[in-house]
Design a protein around this ligand. Structure first.
Ligand code: GDP
Ligand code: IMO
Ligand code: MG
Length: 425
């Protein structure tokens, strides 16, 4: 392994944290490249469970360097709190953590703006995590953002923060009827983070390219999923970053020519948190059953996740968009008790079947899924260690998915714990 990208192939929460933690044993560097603390990546081992929001999921492996790349938006308080919680649990976070000096920072006004934008668009609200992600990326694109490098240079920081507070206070007063923020209040809080960032800052581009030159291996950890990607997702119901594999390059400064492999993580069914189209969403009875079976509650906001059948139209598109080399199929065990399982292979609108993922919001909203039905296996798979031990029907499900998606399924996950992982080769 040298440069491997891991991406979510659906709408997030595919089990990327588990997969990264599993692969991190063989890596030297583990790097988050986009998103922020809207992510919630669960890592379970030795019977324990941790949820990470900003720290890369390699943080539990000794002797590894964890990096937060330039494409990530960092809420300093969330990061410091996350580190503190891990330290209390006896996990070392010190020189093994580096943060790109070009990463943009989330400020209190971003969270206020996130809340107001959701409210003002009413029925078209996205159902964001409320962490200020969208407004922070908006400022980045508007050339108003404040980066780690700007925070640690006090003179620059005072200047850009003042400009931002003035601009946001005008919006607060004139448009949102919010209490204006005090420059001194925000400045004093963030000045308190200068030392932390000065200690952990790096150039992710220099660091990672040098590591690759030295033959080290780098694991790029995607957050969210392909269909939450700002360009390729179910726009406008997306997040504000490049969650697809290309984001690993722009979000770290490692060029596409250096990437060796892209692994897609897909759940054996589908989930989505927040608003937006979801063609294979279950009706209420199956929804409740599967949500409980899969413990489908958001790792960041605790919101119940919407659940549905595996959508092969969606995941096939993810194979293409990310240039996937292979797929890790997670949460197969959650399907253990079903009599029959459906796979969506197209969307039907006015009698016409669309076999490919459309940009049209109308097709995504109104299309009825065309299903292929496979038999369930009705056996507990959570204790199995080898592919050949899986019930024949479970193997048929995996093979059929692989056939429709035109890609190899290299690993099957049958439980949250590190050891509940079946290698297919
Ligand atoms: P991520 O955002 O992609 O890292 O995924 P999350 O951590 O938000 O959600 C995945 C959830 O499923 C977590 O609670 C994991 O502990 C859990 N999980 C991961 N893989 C498996 C699996 O194979 N089976 C079961 N039952 N749970 C899993
Ligand atoms: P991980 O990395 C699932 C969703 C939100 C909302 C939309 C925009 O754990 O897979 P945002 O706060 O980003 O502006 O919200 O994106 N969303 C996620 N859904 N998993 C995530 O991350 C998500 N991060 C954001 O629910 O619909
Ligand atoms: Mg998650």
């Amino acid at each position: 392994m040298s440069a491997v990208v891991v991406v979510g192939a659906q709408w997030g929460d595919e089990g990327k944290g588990k997969v990264i933690d599993f692969l991190a044993g063989e890596a030297d560097y583990i790097v988050r490249y986009q998103g922020g603390n809207n992510a919630g990546h669960t890592v379970s081992f030795d019977g324990g469970e941790f949820v990470l929001h900003l720290l890369p999921s390699g943080i539990f492996r000794k002797g590894k360097i964890c990096v937060i790349g330039n494409g990530v938006v960092v809420d300093p308080k969330a990061l410091v709190d996350e580190i503190e919680a891990l330290r209390k649990a006896g996990i070392e976070v010190g020189e093994n953590l580096l943060v790109s000096d070009q990463a943009h920072l989330i400020f209190p006004y971003h969270k206020v703006l996130d809340r107001h934008r959701e409210r003002s668009i009413g029925h078209r609200k996205i159902g964001t995590t409320g962490r200020g992600i969208g407004p922070c990326y908006t400022d980045k694109a508007a050339r108003m953002g404040i980066r780690v490098a700007d925070l640690v240079e006090d003179e620059i920081f005072r200047e850009v923060l003042r400009e931002n507070i003035e601009e946001k206070n005008t919006l607060f007063e004139k448009l949102y009827h919010e209490v204006p923020l005090s420059f001194e209040g925000v400045y004093d809080e963030y000045r308190g983070y200068q030392e932390f960032f000065a200690r952990h800052a790096c150039s992710s581009a220099r660091l990672l390219n040098q590591a690759l030159d030295e033959g080290k291996s780098v694991l790029f950890e995607g957050a969210q999923g392909t269909f939450l990607d700002i360009d390729h997702g179910t726009y406008p119901f997306v997040t504000s970053s490049s969650a697809t594999s290309g984001g690993a390059c722009t979000g770290t400064g490692v060029a596409p020519s250096r990437i060796d492999k892209v692994i897609g993580v897909a759940k054996a069914y589908t989930t989505r948190v927040g608003e937006g189209p979801f063609p294979t969403e279950f009706g209420s009875e199956l929804m409740v059953k599967m949500r409980e079976a899969g413990n489908e509650y958001g790792a960041t906001t605790g919101r119940p996740r919407r659940c549905g059948w595996f959508d092969a139209v969606l995941v096939r598109q993810a194979v293409i968009l990310n240039g996937l080399s292979e797929v890790v199929l997670t949460k197969l065990d959650v399907l253990d008790r079903l009599d029959e399982i459906q796979i969506c292979v197209g969307y039907r609108v006015n009698g016409k079947v669309h076999p490919e993922f459309p940009a049209s919001q109308k097709i995504l909203r109104e299309g009825s899924p065309v299903y292929e039905t496979v038999k369930g296996w009705k056996k507990d798979t959570s204790r199995l260690q080898h592919l050949k031990e899986l019930p024949a029907a479970a193997r048929r499900y995996i093979d059929r998915l692989s056939e429709i998606l035109k890609i190899r399924i290299s690993v099957v996950s049958v439980g949250a714990q590190r050891h509940q992982t079946i290698l297919c080769d």
